[in-house]
Write a protein that binds this ligand. Structure first.
Ligand code: IPD
Ligand code: CA
Ligand code: CA
Length: 248
């Protein structure tokens, strides 16, 4: 597994160069589920490169990616769950908060998670049962209680009907915590919790590719990840998410 993870880290680092070299002025942008749900030629290009590269590393694994056609998740066997650019709106805006996320699931549970932030050249990696790392250095969640917490949240931008409830929840956290943040990348929010840079992240609607790798990273760093209501997360469709350190 360790050799496989090293190979995946090398692959995402290569793909990260595509993000850094992108020509944002001339790039093709398409609308997906609605006018705020966008995909660029670079999302598609990176997904294709990941598909080819991951297939070479583990030919028997299925492939599920955000962009384009995907295999089904099954009870047995391996499946890669990939988000080629998490934080596409940030990428389009040149906001410098986007990442490449690759998880390997065995059956329906992640056994490997790799997330790469090309802007900071940080690669986060975890193997089930073997801890979580950032650029090879072990990371752990923080031990801070809610009154000393940085609380991260996502706005579920592709279902704007959820915003009222999101604001209600984040208002509650804002009153109890140190401060709140909205980054625009669910994968990097999960890395921040795993690395102890923030204490909690929640979002009312995310997709499996947004959190598959990050969930394992947080858990391997000592944190807890569930739905917002505290139920186990499903990798079969959209869900809410709540990730926190072991104290809150
Ligand atoms: C989105 C980002 C965003 C989160 C959304 C995700 P995308 O992913 O992670 O932070 O709020 O729920 O869908 O579309 O940029 O890959
Ligand atoms: Ca995403
Ligand atoms: Ca994406």
């Amino acid at each position: 597994m360790k050799a496989l993870v090293n190979d995946i880290c090398a692959l995402v680092r290569e793909c990260g160069k595509i993000i850094l070299a992108a020509n944002r002025e001339k790039m093709a942008i398409d609308i997906k589920s609605g006018v705020t749900d966008l995909v660029t030629e670079y999302d598609k290009n990176i997904q294709e490169q990941l598909k080819v590269g991951l297939k070479k590393l583990l030919p028997e694994a299925r492939f599920i990616g955000e962009e384009g056609s995907s295999d089904e998740l099954t009870e047995e066997g391996y499946a890669f769950v990939v988000d080629p650019i998490d934080g596409t709106t940030n990428f389009i805006k040149d906001y410098h908060v986007s990442a490449i996320s690759v998880a390997l699931l065995k059956g329906k549970e992640p056994v490997v998670g790799v997330i790469y932030n090309p802007y900071l050249d940080e690669v986060f990696s975890a193997i089930k049962g073997q801890g979580a790392f950032c650029n090879g250095k072990k990371i752990t969640v923080s031990a801070q209680p809610i009154n000393n917490a940085l609380v991260l949240f996502g706005t579920s931008p592709y279902d704007k009907g959820l915003f009222g409830k999101t604001i209600e929840i984040i208002t509650g956290y804002f009153n109890r915590a140190l401060d709140i943040r909205r980054s625009g990348s669910a994968a990097l929010d999960l890395c921040s919790v795993a690395a102890g840079r923030a204490e909690l992240y929640f979002e009312l609607q995310v997709s499996p590719w947004d959190f598959a790798a990050g969930k394992l990273l947080v858990e391997e760093a000592g944190g807890v990840v569930t739905t917002f209501d505290g139920e186990p997360l499903s990798f079969e469709g959209k869900t809410s998410i709540l990730a926190k350190n072991g104290v809150i």
